[in-house]
Design a protein around this ligand. Sequence first.
Ligand code: DMJ
Length: 657
Amino acid sequence: MTTPALLPLSGRRIPTLSPGASSFPHHRATLRLSEKFILLLILSAFITLCFGAFFFLPDNSKHKRFDLGLEDGIFFVSNPLPHHRLQHPPFPHACPRQSLVSCASATSGEQLIASLEEEESLRDKIRADHERALQEAKEKLRKSKEELRAEIQTEKTKVAEDLKKKDGPKPLPPVPMPKLVGINDGDPGDPDVKEKRDKIREMMKHAWDSYRQYGWGHNELKPIAKKGHSTNIFGNSQMGATIVDALDTLYIMGLHDEFKDGQEWIEQNLDFSVNAEVSVFEVNIRFIGGLLAAYYLSGQEVFKVKAVQLAEKLLPAFNTPTGIPWAMVNLKSGVGHNWGWASAGSSILAEFGTLHMEFVHLTYLTGNPAYYQKVMHIRKLLAKMDRPNGLYPNYLNPRTGRWGQHHTSVGGLGDSFYEYLLKAWLMSDKTDTEARKTYDDAIEAIERHLIRKSNGGLTFIGEWKNGHLERKMGHLTCFAGGMFALGADGSPDDKAGHYLQLGAEIAHTCHESYDRTVLKLGPEAFKFDSGLEAVAVRQNEKYYILRPEVIETYWYMWRFTHDPKYRQWGWEAAQAIDKYCRVSGGFSGVKDVYSSNPTYDDVQQSFFLAETLKYLYLLFSSDELLPLENWVFNTEAHPLPVLHLGNLTLPGSQDQR
Ligand code: DMJ
């Protein structure tokens, strides 16, 4: 506060009265006692008037402001100066609300004198303050430009930080935590199985520690070059994809120090305001899925908050003429577009069709209907479209709402769309019957048009391309064995046994694709043509990049059948990975599974930690760990709890009916 604050006091200075003395001495001799008394009365009335005027004059300067505070029926005449400058208010008394004026006029002469003395001491104090301020100003002037600039900068940063704190993430509305069953050690009991599980845990530690040492904060790791790595699905961001993807696996395996390390990195570094063009699908399944699973398992709010912050950044991708999202979105600008290679500017079925689980959880956790509405809109739109032979083509143009090239696959480009129909139903505690029906219809068409038996008796799922069936199956397609088994219960016409059998046949075929290689690791794609069965033909289909799908199917089949062969097959795969993919800087993919002397691709994929090692660990754990009645794994193996909504309706669900 500066000098003008003093004005109201100095401008209204009242002459000091001492008892028995008049302020008008030249009249004293000539005046009689009664006249004196009358004069005294007039004087005191004048003083009262002055005080009254002082209180009720209009407030025309914020420096002169007098607040009349109302508290418990009492008006407090508050201090016109900031409290740190004035410990003793000039009028420290309180008057009852109804009789403010009479109360003030009843102040005795002594009180008045005390007030005036106090006013004097206040004046001294203000004078001292004033001098100190002058001194400070002089010192400032003596400082160099640089010093002043630095001071201003510090001040600015502080203000910016304070503002940031103010506008920081708003607390999310509290929602009841869904029933969380089966977060436990999952001790398998049998020492031999336990030993195998310990080995998987050790592999996870090697993968994590290597990433921690050489790639920390980067999206992935180059285990040979021993440095960070990224791909175009993450744009040019450095968002620690491996950390987020691996969190729940670390938690499930009881690697708590590592989990805490990851959590700390996320708290301090994970920032989504980056000028990076990312894949909506990949960010959803790895980051949002990973963060939500970490939240449900650990209960740490930070993961939920980060998941929601990121989800908000993905929403602009849905601003297309049809509401079918772009494949990619710039996290900063919100501008979206599609992959250049996708048929006629199309969006991809497996990408826009693999958002449902995470988005429903987001609406559940935030109360924001937008997420639910976006994915339900996609479902409604697809339901209205014609499907060639009942099949869903992999490409859909988000501008025109028309299918692109007629290519249908249960592997790459199509796979998790079918998976999420089934899982939407499971995640809703089997109440989302629309999703179940859509799944059943789709699978029926797939069985009719895409699933065949080879001459050698291997069941495979081919791809529909331009009116004919390509007898080729991808490693990615091998997840379908697990999906058929998971969907067996609840399938129409009591076909549960049939679908469990189909799951077993796919598991067998995929195991064959591993077993027929030199490294006992599966190729990226394998044929069933011209006498060839479950083997890759083209050089560029012979690689293994640490993918999980075959092991995923082994795990589901194990859970539903407890046939020991699935543990045995899983162990074979684990040993092969440890033997041929392990290097001193982590785990690497290999370029040719048919060569006894393979070369490395030098990438440790984040899904190796999220999925491959998690499914292996679960395969050697007891069924009590994350039971399938209570948890649904997203397509990146991040477990999300079943939402027993009961009578609760998700916000926005009414508008969709
Ligand atoms: C994972 O990111 C997911 O499983 C996705 O659905 C497809 N493929 C990779 C791993 O192979």
